[in-house]
Write a protein that binds this ligand. Structure first.
Ligand code: PHB
Length: 421
């Protein structure tokens, strides 16, 4: 492993400012903020053929949250895209890649939809990309259909998303894919009585449903299921309920944001760790970026997920180097969203190359279906039927490695399709 020291997320805004300055120095920020507001507005579906796009550019409309409590989601995605562009340049098949970045301030589905509409009809983007949150991806999917624009999902992980438009391709994960294996792992490791605690929206409900499915099918009992609101959850209020139910373990999904830190803090402060209750989770709770701030309290947490920065492979080493080169040490550790964005860019560059720089949405989709690559996470494929990601899911444990907190992979369940379809 390349030894890279990542900074604590506690200095997020200062770090972001520093990272932005570093990126500006590298000439990467300007490209992402370029405005094309002088284009006339048309109706969705009005998009002219590729030859009508002047200037030899291919435009990617990046829609994600870049401000507010969930700003980190957009940042991880954008940083992953920048890592790819740092490594592979910003020109493909003679076309300059232009990223138009739009902030949903989200998750706010209406804003995501409006921004996607503007990007498609006014800015004439060739791809919609990003989408950290399920409600935003669901809101924008009809825009992709109407505007015949390929939409590459770089995080949003509720199973149903890819069914909402034939132009949606997902390169990230699905919650059923990472939750179902935990039910089996828990049983095999002697855990029989579990409470679940998940965020009360699409991905949390998928996580709860698919964990329960494998866990109860193998003879386990879910004694209580708690759902917490997405916005401003007061985890400590729910912790007492979990503690009183006396489970052997609690299965957790919270979105990979600063909520991971507040969850782990409440778990410790409310004495659940001292009561001997184990945490089993999807990797969102202990994602590599926030993990550096959670620190000690996360030691021993077992999770199932598709990517760890500790994954030992040449592709991951190259990714970590590119991420650092593109974003600076101030950006902190990348996480699974950054890797999905990096792989999403790989998939898009492959499409542009194969099409010789002349974009055609249906041909792009045909190339994306069945796309394969050796990602920093291992082998990945886009299932041609569902347009969803197929990948290896790993079981990992948080350990301290060379003084840093890492999700150390110790088992895997092989390549998995989305069990939700
Ligand atoms: C989602 O909204 O789909 C989502 C957000 C954050 C995650 C996973 C899924 O960590």
């Amino acid at each position: 492993m390349t030894k890279t020291v990542f900074h604590s997320a506690a200095t997020l805004s200062r770090r972001t400012a520093l990272a932005t300055a570093a990126l500006a120095a590298l000439g990467l920020v300007g490209a992402c903020n370029k405005k094309t507001d002088d284009k006339p507005a048309d109706k969705p579906g009005d998009k002219p053929a590729a030859e009508a796009k002047p200037g030899g550019t291919i435009k990617l409309g990046l829609v994600a949250s870049f401000s507010g409590p969930f700003a980190d989601v957009g940042k991880q995605i954008e940083n992953g895209m920048k890592a790819w562009m740092k490594e592979h340049g910003d020109t493909v098949a003679g076309k300059k890649i232009e990223v138009l970045r739009r902030d949903t301030t989200g998750p706010v589905p209406d804003v995501a939809k409006r921004l996607a509409q503007e990007l498609v009809t006014r800015d004439k983007v060739d791809f919609l990309v990003g989408f950290g949150f399920t409600p935003e991806a669901l809101a924008a999917a009809p825009v992709a259909t109407e505007g015949k624009t390929p939409m590459v999902i770089m995080n949003a992980a509720t199973s149903i998303i890819t069914t909402k438009s034939p132009y949606v391709v997902r390169i990230s994960l699905t919650l059923p894919q990472v939750s179902a294996p935990m039910g089996d792992w828990a049983l095999k490791n002697g855990i029989k009585k579990v409470s679940t605690i998940v965020t009360d929206y699409g991905p949390g409900i998928d996580a709860e449903t698919f964990f329960k499915k494998t866990f109860t099918a193998g003879g386990g009992t879910v004694i209580d299921s708690v759902r917490v609101p997405l916005n401003n959850p007061d985890f400590s209020a729910f912790m007492q309920r979990v503690k009183d139910a006396k489970p052997e373990a609690v299965f957790v999904f919270v979105p990979a944001t600063e909520q991971c830190i507040t969850f782990m803090k409440a778990f410790k402060e409310r004495g659940l760790a001292d009561a001997g209750i184990k945490i089993i989770a999807t990797g969102d709770l202990v994602e590599d970026h926030q993990l550096q701030t959670i620190g000690e309290a996360a030691l021993g947490v077992v999770s199932t997920h598709h990517y760890s920065i500790a994954h030992d492979s040449p592709e991951n080493k190259a990714f970590l180097k590119a991420y650092l080169d593109a974003n600076g040490a101030e950006a902190g550790a990348p996480n699974f969203m950054s890797v999905a964005a990096y792989d999403g860019m790989a998939a898009i560059y492959n499409v542009i190359e194969k099409l010789g720089g002349t974009m055609d949405a249906d041909k792009a989709l045909a190339i994306l279906k069945g796309y394969k690559r050796t990602s920093p996470r291992g082998e990945i494929m886009i299932d041609p039927e569902t347009r969803d990601i197929v990948q290896t899911i790993y079981v990992r444990r948080v350990e301290k490695v060379d003084g840093q907190y890492r999700n150390v992979e110790f088992e895997n369940v092989g390549m998995l399709k989305d069990p939700g379809k």
